[in-house]
Design a protein around this ligand. Structure first.
Ligand SMILES: Cc1ncc(C[n+]2csc(CCOP(=O)(O)OP(=O)(O)O)c2C)c(N)n1
Ligand SMILES: [Mg+2]
Length: 384
């Protein structure tokens, strides 16, 4: 039986949790996933380890920068590095990724430097990487919107003849990312409907980080989220999202199938949001620290390190060098953000839409007049 299941077990709790590396670092064999990760070398895994360390360092620095007043807000991905680095690297260069607002590991894997994320959270840019060049959609804050947007794109790929031709260089798939809470949005159901009906090359990937702000996943669904898509005929799997290797394998298999023209897949990656929802949130109001401690023991970075140490693939010098590079990255971000110039506020009306839009034009005009009113007051004050 494929790791992507089409049937729902009689007892919802019998849904397996698929993994390759257990929390204690031991390797579990799994025929299908093993084949999907067989090409990864020790160097690849060391790279993923370093990626996770780097993105965590950047994340912690961003949180500090928000506390120092340099960012308006920050949504930490702490704890979700395994899910994001695994999924990000499993995608091929030509695939198109549609992220949420917490996808810093995905961004890193796609070659988006962390400082490019910070200007948006600082409130001085709408977005500062090229979605076409990096094949990664701008961060999207509207929950669930990733699903129909990704499916629409995937249906476009079908019509452009970029699916199922057998050409590994041009066949393309789309990866839609959204959270456990977002999975309750109607847009996700609509996305599933169109993807299934048109067999669109779209892989839906949920990082079930256990929380939607203060609402636990148990309120979103009575059954494991992975089971939901099966009602649409979309094969799915529940994987350990803190196991970078299993995530890589599952996403790789799903995207490969989608690219071949075999239709959509759904992946639920079980993980944990180790930090607050955003810097505006206080999780001590709704969850126990015992839960946080429990998940800290399943940390994706520690897990890969333990595994690689047992394989003699990394040593202390490598681990220390990664930590130092993480520190350097954090310092670089600190300096970069202090060097960011505040744009003229009128700039916020630019690039809202590709073409001029009457509503934006009207708001811009209103803003010009609003500002002029203060300029007059200043002048009057000076004259007095
Ligand atoms: C359509 C919509 N409704 C409500 C919100 C407000 N909101 C922002 S994040 C969030 C929780 C999302 O939880 P989840 O999908 O699990 O993602 P996570 O934040 O855990 O990564 C809510 C309700 C929003 N951004 N968009
Ligand atoms: Mg969540």
């Amino acid at each position: 039986m494929s790791v992507f299941r089409t049937t729902i077990p009689q007892n919802a709790e019998d849904e397996p949790l698929v993994r390759l590396i257990a929390p204690d670092g031991t390797r579990t064999p799994h025929e299908e996933l093993d084949a999907a990760v067989a090409h990864l070398t020790g160097e690849d895994l060391r790279r993923y380890y370093r990626d996770m360390v780097m993105i965590r360092a950047a994340d912690l620095e961003a949180t500090s920068l928000q506390r120092q007043g340099q960012l308006g807000l920050w949504a930490s991905a702490l704890g979700q590095e395994g899910a994001q680095i695994g999924a990000g690297h499993a995608a091929r260069t030509q695939d198109y990724l549609v992220p949420t607002y917490r996808e810093h590991g995905i961004a890193w894997a796609r070659g988006i430097e962390p400082w490019r994320l910070l200007d948006v959270w600082r409130g001085i840019a709408h977005g500062s990487y090229d979605p076409y060049e990096l094949r990664t959609h701008p961060y999207m804050l509207v929950l669930g919107a990733q699903a129909p947007q990704a499916v629409g794109y995937a249906m476009g790929l079908q019509r452009d003849g970029l699916v199922g031709t057998g050409d590994d260089e041009s066949d393309t798939a789309v990866l839609a990312l959204f959270g456990d809470g977002s999975s309750s949005e109607g847009e996700v159901s609509e996305g599933f409907t169109f993807a299934a009906s048109f067999q669109a090359p779209c892989v839906f990937f949920t990082q079930n980080n256990q929380w939607a702000i203060s609402v636990p996943t148990s309120v979103q669904s009575r059954v494991p989220l992975a089971q939901r898509s099966r009602g649409w005929g979309i094969p799915s799997v529940r994987i350990d999202g803190n196991d970078v290797l299993a995530v890589y394998g599952a996403v790789r298999l799903a995207l490969d199938a989608a690219r071949r023209g075999e239709g959509p897949r759904y992946i639920e990656a079980l993980t944990y949001r180790m930090a607050a929802h955003t810097t505006s949130d206080d999780p001590t109001r709704y969850r126990h620290s015992t839960e946080e401690e429990e998940w800290a023991a399943k940390d994706p970075i520690d897990r890969l390190r333990t595994y690689l140490e047992a394989q003699d693939e990394i040593d202390e010098a490598f681990v220390t060098r990664c930590d130092e590079e993480g520190h350097d990255l954090a310092m670089a971000l600190h300096h970069q953000i202090h060097a960011m110039a505040d744009p003229d506020p009128i700039e916020m009306f630019r690039n809202v839409y590709a073409d001029p839009h009457p509503l934006v034009e009207a708001e811009r005009e209103e803003f010009v007049q609003f500002r002029a009113q203060f300029e007059d007051e200043t002048t009057t004050g000076e004259e007095r």
